[in-house]
Design a protein around this ligand. Structure first.
Ligand SMILES: *[C@@H]1O[C@H](CO)[C@@H](O)[C@H](O)[C@H]1NC(C)=O
Ligand SMILES: *[C@@H]1O[C@H](CO)[C@@H](O)[C@H](O)[C@H]1NC(C)=O
Ligand SMILES: *[C@@H]1O[C@H](CO)[C@@H](O)[C@H](O)[C@H]1NC(C)=O
Ligand SMILES: *[C@@H]1O[C@H](CO)[C@@H](O)[C@H](O)[C@H]1NC(C)=O
Ligand SMILES: *[C@@H]1O[C@H](CO)[C@@H](O)[C@H](O)[C@H]1NC(C)=O
Ligand SMILES: *[C@@H]1O[C@H](CO)[C@@H](O)[C@H](O)[C@H]1NC(C)=O
Length: 322
């Protein structure tokens, strides 16, 4: 369990940069990636016009002068509709949430929307001549106006707000605490721009999934404040689940049946009743992956037995019942 947790934490830490905690320079070939992603997977009719709308806001501009409102033309072009009952918000769980959402098939995160996915993982900021490929200023939030300055964070503020406004039906949030802090942080984009912008007449229920690190669990720490905030904003009482099976299934599926992650998945199984349409495909996928691995391991062991019996034995064979 210890190593599973450490891997979990390492994965989360690695993936934590996308919302602009650090400030790398503009991604090389930004225009080509943007337009390519748009042509490949979006419903946007004119990808070059969409790029132009983005480029006009960011290029040749002081990044710290760019705010969320600057991206209105970009988001007017992006189709942001999210299937009913599939919107999934996240905080501190980026590495897992996108495996879980499966590019919008299982759940729909902001990064699965047309407006979000063309930008996911990319970095950019303007300079006096086009883009700054060396580094970008980190950006800051004016707490009086509740506005982010700095191109990238301003963009994600707009994307988060837009995504939250149109989430409909049963929505969910996957919370992790990669650095051992609170799962629900009042400085997170989820707390600042997503929960407050959900529409009470559209959202009918909310499920909270917590990837615990042994400290905060549903009903403790910051998750108490979360329940209060959800009641306050939406008038709903959320359902809360610690270490939901679906997250353990993904760990298991990615790492294979004999791995520590699968033991973690078995040993720490707590009942968390997922809607059947989500839980069953996941469980089947994990079982199938596990079965294939078991067969593969058996084949390897058989092969090793054959080799061992056809060669002079240099070491005693241990543990295979040979
Ligand atoms: C937006 O996307 C959804 C789902 O892909 C689609 O049903 C809808 O027609 C699209 N709307 C527009 C205006 O393109
Ligand atoms: C790029 O950004 C860094 C950090 O904000 C800044 O020091 C540098 O002058 C910028 N370079 C250009 C070419 O604008
Ligand atoms: C925040 O915005 C207010 C209102 O526009 C402005 O008066 C104030 O100087 C800003 N603060 C910072 C730190 O930029
Ligand atoms: C869990 O959180 C605690 C305190 O919040 C922190 O000290 C600890 O390092 C975290 N453990 C892991 C494995 O993330
Ligand atoms: C955020 O949480 C911290 C720590 O609990 C608290 O001190 C602070 O007042 C909170 N800020 C807001 C804006 O709620
Ligand atoms: C909430 O959704 C309803 C129904 O679509 C809409 O009429 C209303 O304007 C929305 N409220 C906000 C604050 O966006």
């Amino acid at each position: 369990m210890q190593s599973a947790l450490l891997m979990l934490v390492a994965g989360l830490a690695l993936a934590s940069g996308v919302r602009g905690d650090d400030a790398p320079g503009t991604t090389a070939h930004l225009a080509e990636i943007f337009v390519g992603r748009c042509f490949d997977k979006s419903t946007v009719a004119d990808c070059n016009a969409w790029w132009a709308a983005f480029n006009q806001v960011v290029a040749d501009v002081d990044p710290l002068s760019v705010t969320a409102a600057s991206f209105d033309p970009y988001f007017a072009i992006a189709n942001f509709s999210t299937p009913v009952d599939k919107a999934m918000f996240w905080s501190g769980s980026q590495y897992y949430v996108h495996q879980l959402s499966d590019a919008g098939l299982r759940y729909f995160t902001m990064e699965d929307t047309v407006g979000g996915f063309v930008q996911n993982g990319l970095h950019w900021c303007g300079s006096s001549s086009g883009y700054n490929y060396t580094s970008c200023p980190p950006g800051f939030r004016n707490t009086t106006t509740d506005t982010w300055y700095g191109a990238e964070l301003a963009f994600w503020q707009h994307a988060s707000t837009t995504f939250a406004r149109q989430a409909t039906g049963r929505v969910s949030v996957l919370l992790g605490s990669p650095y051992g802090g609170s799962a629900y942080r009042n400085s997170s984009f989820f707390a600042l721009y997503e929960l407050p912008n959900m529409n009470t007449s559209l959202v009918t229920a909310i499920d909270v999934y917590v990837i615990t690190n042994g400290t905060e669990r549903c009903g403790s720490g910051s998750l108490v404040a979360l329940v209060q905030d959800i009641k306050h904003h939406l008038g709903l009482t959320p359902s809360c689940y610690d270490n939901p099976d679906m997250v353990r299934f993904i760990l298991c599926e990615n790492n294979g049946a004999p791995s520590a992650q699968c033991q973690f998945a078995n040993e720490f199984s707590e009942s968390s009743d997922l809607p059947a349409d989500k839980a069953v495909p996941l469980a089947l996928g994990c079982l199938l992956g596990g079965a294939i691995l078991v067969i593969a391991v058996q084949q390897i062991l058989l092969l090793r037995k054959k080799q061992a019996s056809s060669q002079p034995m240099r070491q005693p064979l241990m543990g295979y019942g040979a």
